[in-house]
Design a protein around this ligand. Structure first.
Ligand code: MG
Length: 172
């Protein structure tokens, strides 16, 4: 049995931290929307937060299955206030772009280390990030379009409330 190399193990432990931070960030955004009674937006953020925890656990399980050691680190505090719905969406898009870059760095490392198991595992994340960035871009584009017009925000809130739990598909 091949075991995970120390460099890959350390990098994946860092990624666990990043995924938990993502989960924290989306949870904080969910609370922001709950405060504004935008329950559809909050629902979307809650599902997003749950997904990020699942991402962290994929790395957690991979490290353990590959005979490595999981090392959980302190999670940074996310922002708690935003100026507008649009600012939240902008931060989501920026954040997902950063996550994509870190997944690509991990993949580069897996190629360099000739860690074939990690390469296969990371391919799932590469595909997932295409979806994450698409969802973020869509939310951002819609918010830019409607600006802060109340009726349009409520219509979008209603739409976001229908997001299902699986792969970000709509439940309708
Ligand atoms: Mg993630």
């Amino acid at each position: 049995m091949t075991t995970i190399g120390k460099t890959m193990q350390d990098a994946m432990n860092e990624q666990i931290n990043k995924e938990f931070f993502s989960s924290y960030l989306y949870l904080s955004m969910a609370a922001y929307f709950e405060d504004k009674n935008l329950t559809g937006f909050a629902h979307w953020m809650h599902l997003q937060a749950d997904e990020e925890r699942e991402h962290a656990m994929k790395f957690y399980n991979f490290i353990l299955d590959a005979g490595g050691h999981v090392q959980l680190k302190a999670i940074d505090a996310p922002a708690t206030e935003w100026k507008s719905n649009l600012e939240v969406a902008e931060q989501v898009a920026e954040h997902e772009a950063k996550v994509t870059a870190s997944i690509h760095d991990l993949y580069e490392l897996a190629l360099k280390e000739r860690d074939y198991a990690a390469q296969v595992m990371l391919q799932w994340f590469i595909t997932e990030q295409v979806e994450e960035e698409k969802n973020a871009a869509e939310l951002l584009a819609k918010l830019r379009l409607i600006e802060e017009r109340g009726t349009a925000v409520l219509m979008l809130d209603h739409r976001l409330a229908k997001r299902g739990g699986e792969e970000g598909e709509d439940a309708e």
